[in-house]
Design a protein around this ligand. Structure first.
Ligand code: MLT
Ligand code: MN
Length: 312
């Protein structure tokens, strides 16, 4: 199985269009070691020819342009795409806005939880993906789904699981407990060649996660490749960098550091590779040589970057 990290940044990307904080400024100025990153997305393929995109980011057009595997073959038909399916892990803007760029009557199968399919159904702009052309299929909250393209099985299966998270920002109900978050608002996925029993040949992709409990830790233990929520390094970094008031927790993302952070919560699990993705533009791991970057690397984590290719 091949996996490509199409976008390793959180919502906003790196640099973010209106951000003039030191990290965004550094990457905009081309400071050595700083890499621009597009918004959160992954692609996977069992055969190198037919691909599933997991999360359709607002940057998908640029991501396809940077990824020859996702472009029509030079000798292919007049309208064609190797993208045969799209899976959504939540309804956040950084994960669904790219669907609007996938119009033009190109068949693929769209998979999401019932909650997320409901959000798409309620927003008429997503009708640019005519359900007669782009079939929408419901993912179970917990369970295995053999992925299909418009022409049949893709040779990949995903196992979906609910993770603690938060309803999309634009759907928050200020008066409801947990802002109205319900099961299915945030899921994680395990992806592997169909029928693979071996966990070491499975990748786990969790771009949004509010907490790691024992069940999630056990599920991720033994992974062939863990791609995990690296939104913020410290819970209050938006405030301390002066760009905003929201904590990581308020956004539905656990921090990397701290007693309840992902470094501590996932320490001691075995995973052949562990990679932080969905990295916010305030996160100091984006600065080469920073203490945060050294801490993460010393703990055996990699820092996701666009174009990273993994064979699992
Ligand atoms: C998130 O991951 O918290 C969201 O993508 C934030 C946003 O909507 O910008
Ligand atoms: Mn996001």
């Amino acid at each position: 199985m091949k996996i490509k990290v199409l976008g390793s940044a959180a919502g906003g990307g790196f640099p973010q269009w209106n951000c003039n904080a030191p990290l965004s400024r550094a990457v905009r100025q081309g400071r050595p070691g700083f890499s621009a990153r597009t918004q959160s997305s992954l692609a996977a393929s069992a055969d190198g020819a037919r691909w599933v995109v997991i999360n359709a980011s607002p940057d998908i057009r640029a991501q396809i342009a940077a990824t020859p595997e996702l472009q029509p073959a030079a000798d292919g038909p007049l309208r064609a795409s190797p993208i045969k399916a799209v899976v959504l892990t939540n309804a956040d803007v950084d994960h669904v806005a790219g669907l609007l760029s996938l119009r033009e009557r190109q068949p693929f199968v769209l998979y999401a939880s019932e909650r997320v399919l409901g959000v798409l159904a309620e927003n008429s702009i997503f009708q640019v993906l005519d359900p007669a052309v782009v079939e929408r299929r419901r993912l179970p909250l917990v369970g295995v789904t053999a992925l299909q393209g418009p022409d049949g099985p893709l040779g990949l299966e995903i196992e979906t699981f609910a993770v603690p998270g938060k309803v999309a920002l634009y759907l928050e109900n200020k008066d409801a407990e947990g802002f109205g978050t319900a099961p299915g608002d945030t899921i994680g996925v395990a992806i592997r060649p169909t029928g693979t029993a071996d966990k070491i040949r499975t990748a786990h992709y969790v771009p949004g996660c509010a907490a790691v409990d024992g069940a999630l830790r056990a599920r991720l233990d033994g992974s062939g490749c863990l791609l995990f929520d690296g939104t913020v390094f410290t819970d209050d970094e938006m405030r301390t960098t002066g760009v905003g008031e929201k904590s990581g927790a308020r956004m539905g993302h656990l921090a990397i550091s701290g007693p309840d952070g992902s470094l501590a919560a996932l320490s001691g699990i075995s995973a052949r590779r562990r990679i932080y993705i969905h990295i916010n533009n305030t996160n100091p791991i984006l600065a080469p040589g920073s203490e945060a970057e050294r801490t993460v690397r010393a703990a055996g984590w990699e820092i996701g970057v666009d174009g990273l290719e993994l064979t699992i």
